[in-house]
Design a protein around this ligand. Sequence first.
Ligand SMILES: CC(=O)N[C@H]1[C@@H](OP(=O)(O)OP(=O)(O)OC[C@H]2O[C@@H](n3ccc(=O)[nH]c3=O)[C@H](O)[C@@H]2O)O[C@H](CO)[C@@H](O)[C@@H]1O[C@H](C)C(=O)N[C@@H](C)C(=O)N[C@H](CCC(=O)O)C(=O)O
Ligand SMILES: Nc1ncnc2c1ncn2[C@@H]1O[C@H](COP(=O)(O)OP(=O)(O)OP(=O)(O)O)[C@@H](O)[C@H]1O
Length: 488
Amino acid sequence: MKLKNLISELSIKNNVDKNLLDQTVLGIAENSLLVEPGFLFIAVKGHGRDGHHFIEQAVENGASIIIGELDRIDVPVPYIQVQDSRKAVGRIANKFYHNPSKDKLMIGITGTNGKTTTSYMLKHIFESNGKSCAVIGTIQNIVNGKTIKSTNTTPSSLVAHQLLAASTDDVVIMEVSSHGLVQHRIAGIEFDFCLFTNLHHEHLDYHGTLSNYFQAKALLFQHLKPTGQAIVSTDTVWGLKLADMLKSKGIPTREVGQTTENDSQRVIFNPENSTIELLKEGEAFTVPSSLAGLHNLYNALLAYATAEASGINKNRIADSLADFKGVAGRLELFKMHNGATVIIDYAHTPDAILHVLTTAKQLGAKKVVHIFGFRGNRDISKRKDMLFVSSDLSDQYILTLDDLNSVSCADMLSELTLLNDSYGNEKGLIVPDRTLAIKLAMEYSQSNDYIVITGKGHETYQQPFQLSTPSDQETVNYILNLQVAAKS
Ligand SMILES: CC(=O)N[C@H]1[C@@H](OP(=O)(O)OP(=O)(O)OC[C@H]2O[C@@H](n3ccc(=O)[nH]c3=O)[C@H](O)[C@@H]2O)O[C@H](CO)[C@@H](O)[C@@H]1O[C@H](C)C(=O)N[C@@H](C)C(=O)N[C@H](CCC(=O)O)C(=O)O
Ligand SMILES: Nc1ncnc2c1ncn2[C@@H]1O[C@H](COP(=O)(O)OP(=O)(O)OP(=O)(O)O)[C@@H](O)[C@H]1O
């Protein structure tokens, strides 16, 4: 594609030679290692590194044009200066890949908890109703039925455009994180439906305040297509605030939740039997959810409302939700031979922990043992609240290691001890090795006990533990097998 077509929407700060505008660009890259001859390289100032430091390497790899934010650079290829390279990546990618979100049914989901679960509920509903569906999100990206590893919940705008351009799916569902929004990772992408799940204490290490975090989430709704609609779960103050904000701007907004009367529809959640009752004009309609927990009824309602707004028949949506198989690492149940149950869940916020522990009780737990830890280098201000919720709702909790990231094991162990001494209770125990914590809880379990392991969900361990199993799932399966072998 000709350079002039790629940069037509950028505000350029330096003089660009007219002859350059007709130069053909063979590809675009934001990482110098991925540059090939004839590529345009965009230097982005990152959090860890500065892409401007890699310009020379990009040129060595064949970059024929450089875009960046610096006043001047000393390289033998043309240079274009812009105000914000990250924004430029999205705009250029959108041109290069011919606005790939334009002709697809695009659904973007934001919120603290529930994005992944709601995505997979929707994927299942669409696929059960004859539509092919891509998902771009935390666990993996699925495009044209093929799985591609994902490194972020929301990929960079270049990768997002590449995935969208490759997709021949009817529907694309994207989980949109607050980091992704602030870092313009969806620049150039527009959605038919933008969904909001909820907002709770999370990521304050990055956003500073809940209010900034909310403003970041709200950015998603600037990406609606002109015919698009917002669908907002309004049972939380932040959901209500968002809906009011959107409506005041004239954005078509559908509110869903128990406290909202929308379309003169009343919603009643029944977590005891995992159903949602919709009462409209004197008629009742039941939406079943195959997943336990009040939080999953919220997710199911959002998925239901979105699928309905996209034109799928309500009975067919209900049938699809009834046979949804769930999501790896989210309320994943393992039955033990002694009648106890293990739950593996991705909860890593106080609110998510509250939901999963409450669900264990609803499922009939006689005793709840909660195993969890804290991620190194992530929001430390939520740790105290996570511990409060756990010590309040569990009969016993075991603090253990989660990903250390770059924090040392010794520092994390002192943090666990300090938190436990300050905010825990006598029901708490510290077992640093995660696999041994799980083994201990499983060995001491009795019939109808629930062992709830939170934090890692579907993910593999970052550091080695004593049992050489790579994830909570495999640790639990390994111990189950050991117990069977010991019996026979
Ligand atoms: C702090 C943060 O958000 N960092 C994200 C950010 O990285 P960055 O721009 O700071 O990149 P960098 O590594 O410093 O490099 C700067 C530039 O140099 C370039 N470079 C780098 C090396 C090289 O050899 N050559 C080169 O050109 C890079 O391509 C980049 O353009 O942009 C990258 C591309 O989009 C992200 O992959 C990266 O996510 C990191 C890995 C991360 O862990 N982010 C977390 C906090 C995050 O974003 N989480 C949310 C989910 C949150 C939730 O659970 O709700 C997510 O969406 O994943
Ligand atoms: N609607 C909800 N409200 C509160 N908690 C929820 C809700 N849905 C899921 N959870 C909890 O949050 C955890 C993560 O769920 P899910 O992966 O669906 O959310 P997410 O928004 O994609 O999370 P992340 O951004 O961390 O990937 C679940 O394991 C569960 O404990």
